[in-house]
Design a protein around this ligand. Structure first.
Ligand code: PLP
Length: 382
């Protein structure tokens, strides 16, 4: 077991934080590039899945990613303001208010209906610029996109006829690539492929063709085309229990806290709202400053690591704090791990997701913005 480190609470600058290992992000990107064999678009929406969009983007680009993708214009502008000048695809709709800034920032925008095409081309023309767009096809997700076949062709013809618009990509999103049954994915890919062929037969040949999220990049080689859009894999988190990352990938995120209270309670003492937990005998109980407002959910049972061992969260999780059962050797300032490794023990995002009855994605993106993010690399302590 590793020593708990400096446990002087008053010397610690923070009591609760997310630690992001950027070496892990870099290695995960390199693994993905090797597997995909085509350029990687790193998906850094939702603040880089909670990891910090700017820092993750820089690490991903340093490791050879060539594109970035975000959900909305605001997220893309944050990247541009940080000096990141590589191609950035905005996956969702851009509002009329944001369009000028998005076009001036040289973002690639998604077009999935006539209205979005008209808005972007009008604004680009007014700015005396050309806007590059990717046409989104709904091959079976039922979300954004034109239906395969004639509907996609019709919009593609309109786009290519617009003087201030450049069609640089065509893409689709797969609904079931992370599931056991490959049939729905094959069906989507067939629909997409025939639409792509029809486009090419009408002389429409966009430079970038992309359909693969992380799961499809791993499990469906034919989905890779000439660009893959990987999110969850670059953070080292498994796409699903059915589609798991190869062993070379590792999680970038740890969630840590320090014990801010450590005391002995008398027998029969109530702990937390509702006093659902009562001490049996004399019990040592600790407090860590993390609660449901931080994305640390009230679902039970919750477990954390302390001194390299698992210890339960007791009583209800509060908004900003929760209580844990303490071993004898705990002391004020001891490091507690909510997600990550301590000594020989590890709590993975997957375990927390299972505990909360949800998916990995929701655990990491649900960690609140008020949580400080601390960036480290291999061999560096926070
Ligand atoms: C979020 C998203 C991705 C990334 O998905 P992962 O499963 O995290 O790899 C790719 N494409 C689109 C359109 C997305 O919305």
């Amino acid at each position: 077991m590793e020593p708990p480190g400096d446990t002087d609470l008053l010397k610690s600058p923070i009591f609760i934080w997310i630690e992001i290992n950027l070496s892990a992000v870099e290695d995960n990107i390199k693994n993905l590039r090797a597997i995909a064999g085509v350029p990687v678009m790193a998906v850094v929406k939702a603040n880089g899945y909670g990891h910090g969009a700017v820092e993750v983007s820089r690490a991903a680009l340093a490791a050879g990613a060539s594109w970035l993708a975000v959900s909305c214009a605001e997220e893309a502008i944050v990247l541009r303001e940080a000096g990141i000048s590589v191609p950035v695809l905005v996956l969702g709709m851009v509002t009329a208010q944001e369009a000028d800034e998005a076009i001036a920032a040289g973002l690639s925008l998604t077009v999935y209906c006539l209205e979005s095409a008209e808005l972007y081309s009008k604004r680009a023309a007014a700015l005396g610029r050309s806007v590059q767009v990717h046409l989104k096809v709904d091959s079976g997700m039922g979300r954004l996109g034109t239906l395969p076949g004639e509907q996609t062709l019709a919009l593609a013809r309109i786009i290519t006829g617009m003087p201030s618009m450049h069609l640089e990509g065509v893409f689709t999103h797969l609904a079931c690539a992370d599931e056991e049954n490959p049939a729905p994915t094959h069906e989507q890919l067939v629909k997409f492929a025939s639409t792509l062929q029809a486009l090419q037969e009408s002389g429409i040949r966009p430079a970038w063709i992309h359909t693969a999220n992380s799961a499809a990049t791993l499990a469906f080689p034919q989905a890779r085309y000439n660009l893959v859009r990987a999110g969850v894999a670059i953070y080292g988190v498994h796409p699903s229990p059915q589609v798991r990352l190869p062993a070379a990938f590792r999680p970038a995120l740890s969630w840590k806290a320090r014990l801010v209270s450590c005391k002995v309670l008398p027998p029969g003492w109530g702990v937390s709202y509702g006093m659902e937990y009562h001490t049996a005998g004399e019990e040592t109980v600790g407090v860590i400053p993390v609660g449901y407002a931080d994305g640390w959910r009230r679902n039970r049972p919750n477990t954390v690591l302390l001194n390299g061992r698992r210890t339960p969260v007791i009583g209800r999780v509060c908004m900003d704090q929760c209580m844990i059962q303490l071993p004898e050797d705990a002391s004020l300032g001891s490091e507690v791990v909510l997600i990550g490794k301590q000594g020989h023990e590890e709590i993975r995002v997957e375990e927390v997701a299972e505990r909360w009855g949800t998916i990995n994605y929701e655990v990491i993106t649900g960690i609140s913005a008020r949580m400080p993010r601390v960036y480290v690399r291999d061999g560096e302590a926070a």
